[in-house]
Ligand binder design. Structure first.
Ligand SMILES: *[C@@H]1O[C@H](CO)[C@@H](O)[C@H](O)[C@H]1NC(C)=O
Ligand SMILES: *[C@@H]1O[C@H](CO)[C@@H](O)[C@H](O)[C@H]1NC(C)=O
Ligand SMILES: *[C@@H]1O[C@H](CO)[C@@H](O)[C@H](O)[C@H]1NC(C)=O
Ligand SMILES: *[C@@H]1O[C@H](CO)[C@@H](O)[C@H](O)[C@H]1NC(C)=O
Ligand SMILES: *[C@@H]1O[C@H](CO)[C@@H](O)[C@H](O)[C@H]1NC(C)=O
Length: 432
């Protein structure tokens, strides 16, 4: 018999009737014994970053250098309060967040004179934002729902924030940020397991957190994965990239970034300097040679991405880095060989193709929508079923679709959250 794999399409009616039982209301201040520890990885822009400026920092305007005198750590991402009070700080944020490519090291680095660190690694505190928009886009509500089901921060519930400007990297590629993340996550998982009677952990990710976790798993030895990871629960997996990013990339030529505006804005913040932007481009493994950007004279698919990048003004160097860093990783989607459940939203219009008839990338494109969760296309989820679910070596794979659920709705709508928590508890109770 092959490994069990199933696809489930829930209906809203079913979700509405789903209530998890074994979660007494009194469980709020104490972890329920017996649960497998949960490690959460949030989506893009959902980890807070602190920064510190050194003498090497050259501020673009004098106001941006004021922090140099203070010397201390300050909240760089996301200091919503500061931005609300003083929008003139935006260029400072942009300057202090941008990355540079260090040719000697063959790796990305912070801007000179800017030191950064992820806030509160190991906890979910880094995912909590003052910004009302970030609240529903990050994992705060899922943390609350898990606490309602018997999980407790620091006992059996942990967070693995990461510097979302940097991308995961393949073995052998210089990648200081990702290598640092991998060793911290390895230690966190081992500690979480030890604190919970040596039970293996459940890794739960939303959106880009899934890309980080999948590459982390690939680069961890198989016996370690089998010992420490009970289940991998992937919400709204965008693994394999998205046509929406082609609009983000084209917008650096002056055209409007795509809605939803938060993602467009946050991606544009890096103005192409973030390592992660080429990593998010559609993978040929998922999108093949289907035209994604259509112009009168020429079409661009995932397979001729370098030509598209050249057309929107990327330098030869930037294109070379797309080929050597981003592409090999996005071509390498494969089974993590630990039990896996994907939960995805469908039924929401999602950017599928862009039409710039005159190939004028400073103009607003005409957008053709497909199916998905508003950000991640259905095609990405079907690719995971194809490359992971159908791999005979993959021990368990289940794909659950929730109709009419958006990318952020998955982690903020009560009905979707209930289903997500139910799946996590099921994974915790599974005997295999
Ligand atoms: C946010 O920025 C404001 C104004 O620059 C500063 O006073 C505050 O300390 C910052 N918040 C954090 C958490 O660093
Ligand atoms: C963004 O990058 C482009 C190309 O490198 C550059 O011309 C432009 O000035 C940058 N914009 C900002 C706001 O930094
Ligand atoms: C581009 O793709 C569209 C839609 O698939 C197709 O109708 C058109 O002929 C293609 N144009 C070129 C120049 O290949
Ligand atoms: C591209 O579009 C912009 C904005 O509509 C316009 O100003 C510009 O002249 C166009 N460029 C070309 C080459 O047609
Ligand atoms: C999803 O939303 C559409 C439009 O609002 C509606 O027609 C459809 O019945 C909904 N589907 C489900 C399964 O709720």
């Amino acid at each position: 018999m092959g490994p069990p794999r199933q696809r489930i399409i829930t209906t809203l009616l079913l979700i509405a009737t789903l209530f998890f039982s074994g979660a007494p209301a009194a469980a709020h201040d104490q972890a329920t014994p017996g649960l497998h520890p949960v490690i959460l990885l949030p989506g893009y822009s959902c980890s807070q970053l602190d920064a510190r400026l050194t003498d090497d920092y050259e501020p673009p305007t004098p106001a941006c250098g004021v922090r140099k005198q203070g010397r201390g750590w300050f909240r760089l991402w996301e200091n919503y309060t500061a931005l609300q009070e003083d929008p003139a700080l935006l260029p400072c944020y942009q300057d202090q967040l941008h990355l540079v490519y260090d040719h000697a090291a063959g790796d990305y680095r912070n801007a000179p004179g800017v030191e950064t660190r992820v806030v509160s690694f190991g906890t979910t505190r880094s995912f909590r934002f003052d910004d009302p928009v970030q609240k529903n886009a990050c994992l705060e509500r899922l943390v609350e729902a898990l606490e309602g089901a018997g999980y407790k921060e620091g006992s059996n519930l942990f967070g693995a924030p990461y510097d979302f400007r940097y991308a995961p990297a393949a073995p052998g590629v210089a990648a200081r940020s990702f290598a640092g993340f991998r060793s911290r996550l390895t230690r966190l998982i081992e500690r979480a397991s030890e604190m919970n009677g040596n039970k293996p952990v459940i890794i739960v990710t939303h959106s880009f957190g899934g890309d980080y976790a999948l590459e982390f798993l690939h680069q961890s030895p198989l016996p370690w994965r089998r010992r420490y990871v009970k289940h991998f629960v992937v919400l709204c997996a965008g693994i394999g990239g998205s046509p929406l990013i082609m609009q983000v990339v084209a917008s650096t030529m002056g055209s409007p970034p795509p809605p939803p505006t938060l993602l467009g804005t946050v991606l544009s913040l890096g103005n192409r300097s973030f390592e992660v932007i080429p990593f998010f481009l559609p993978s040929p493994k998922v999108y093949g040679d289907r035209p994604l950007v259509i112009t009168r004279a020429k079409n661009y698919s995932a397979e001729n991405m370098p030509e598209f990048l050249a057309a929107v003004g990327f330098s030869d160097d930037e294109i070379a880095r797309y080929r050597t860093r981003a592409l090999p990783l996005t071509l390498n989607i494969r089974a993590p060989l630990v039990p896996m459940t994907c939960i995805s939203g469908i039924g929401v219009p999602t950017i599928d193709r862009l039409v710039y008839s005159d190939a004028n990338f400073t103009e607003k494109p005409q957008v053709v929508n497909g199916d998905g969760d508003g950000i991640v296309n259905l095609e990405n989820v079907l690719a995971l079923e194809r490359f992971i679910g159908n791999d005979p070596a993959q021990p368990y794979f289940k794909s659950v679709f929730i109709p009419n659920t958006t990318h952020n709705g998955m982690i903020s709508d009560d009905s979707a959250l209930k289903l997500v928590v139910t799946e996590i508890l099921k994974a915790s109770q599974a005997t295999s």
